[in-house]
Ligand binder design. Sequence first.
Ligand code: ADP
Ligand code: MG
Length: 614
Amino acid sequence: MADIIKLLPDHVANQIAAGEVVQRPASVVKELLENAIDAGATNIKLIVKDGGKALIQVVDNGIGMSETDARLSFERHATSKISCAEDLFNLNTKGFRGEALASIAAIAHVDVQTKPENAELGSFLKIEGSKITAQDVAATPKGTSIAVKNLFFNIPARRNFLKSNQVELRHITDEFQRVALVHFDVAFQFYNNGSELFNLPKENFRQRIVHVFGAKMNERLVPVEEETEVVKVSGFICKPEFARKSRGEQFFFANGRFIKSPYLHHAIGAAFEGLIKSEMQPGYFLFLNVDPKAIDINIHPTKTEVKFDDENTLYAILRSTIKHSLGQFNVVPSLDFEHDNNLLTPYSYQGKEAVVPKVTVDARFNPFESKESSTVRTSSFKKKSIEGWENLYTDLDDKDNSFSSVQFESQIEVPDIFEGQEEDIETNQIAFQLRRKFIVTTIKSGMLVINQNRAHQRVLYEKFLANNEVKQGVSQQLLFPLTLEFTGPEIQQLKQFHEHLSVLGFIMNFGKKQKVTVSGIPTIMTETSIGTVFAELLINNESEVTDEEVLSSEVLIAKILCRTLALKSGQPLDTTSQIALVNDLFGCEESKLDPFNRIIYTTIETDLIEKKFI
Ligand code: ADP
Ligand code: MG
């Protein structure tokens, strides 16, 4: 048999390797930024077009490359960072594999301009699919600029697999933030399609966090500092009351490298135990510095997973350090998870105009008259006959199923256990709250258990739709327009769904310096909830959580709005409010499902209860 094994040509080998290194535009961003850091740059500019599909360019003022080095840097396993196996255990650089540039050049069009400090002229190189197609001298400042165009131009399957520009941009922003957070002593600029997303000066770590995540971050940070023989821990954790449901602001940097570690993440969760609800995630920005010999960063090609020699000890140290910081900064006692001014208004008053109290005078009243003649009025205060929601619920055609029969039934069936649950005099309906989450009330066939949060979402949603049908974008003008400050990417996102927001009744003006002035809001909202609503809309659009497309329609935004504004589980309600909510719910066109199609209530038949007593 003839020999059949051949060595793969370089460009094929490079393409295969590229599959590992470059998954999407964000991977290129990471590699180029890290190379710039390794080159000792103090100023790094990232320029991106169309989610990185058209262009990713990184310009740095680092050490630059000689002409030969520039050519060599695109060969596989070409690196200036290690020269022998021992170096692997003493790494001070981000890169060491010498694979990135070779991989990128195998699947894109790359332009390089570079010049070392004391060279008179720099070099220019053009590489397409691993081949150098042009080379020249170039007048260029000290440093390196690498522009990567048309990523995956020769692998259509990979190119088609990419997500929308917005989603790819979010991944890029993630990578950018990870690098920018650790290297706070380096200035960064980030432009997307010509507009500036970030402009970060050289600063300290706290300032960098605030610059990247917005001014709101400043009050949330609690410093962490601990040095032991095994590890030096430093950075910040977020106060427990700012924990969030979605993962987002969680950053571990091991020896200056962003890492993911479910195990160490758990250690932080353990330190926060009892301070935040189990489904909430604490925010943290932590540096872990260990002896380079005690850490193996080589186990994963994209290098976010690492292996520590002594993970158990790290876990214990981390947990007690965080606990200590939480205690020291006295953040433990001031907890109030449920607090939201908007929710302090009883449900039955929410969204209603305040009535100016009037003074009425009973002209017939005479204190010197005998008692009988003055007691005229009570009987004229007839009970208002309110619509029975029971009718709506059970059978719409059954006109005889009048409200009085419900009254009768509920009066009969109220046993002593309902004592303390005051009976609503006006309607005679009974309702009580179970675990501050469900409203339990009676119906003819038994018991109705309603999820208060979902019910309220539905009620708000229908009110909202009704308002919007009458007049598109009906809004209430704010007496004092509110100016909110956002980060660059947040502003971009808000601009993206600005049109939807105005259809829904928001009146917003984008000002200078990432500020937005809100002068009108939908009628179902109150002024105090504006901050929460915007935060929620932006969180929903955040990266890391999923690859889902960004908010794309008014309907979705409206649903999220209602979810944000709705009464939460855990909110105590008085009986009047409970009954008002139940009535509102059964006044809805759809009362069974909330805006996200989850069931709102369930019934427990009396028959079923009877059976339990056999
Ligand atoms: P690695 O970073 O693992 O060494 P790369 O393929 O990313 O591998 O880069 C190869 C080599 O090219 C680097 O070792 C470095 O010498 C050089 N290089 C890459 N980017 C730059 C840059 N921005 N400035 C200076 N030198 C660079
Ligand atoms: Mg590199």
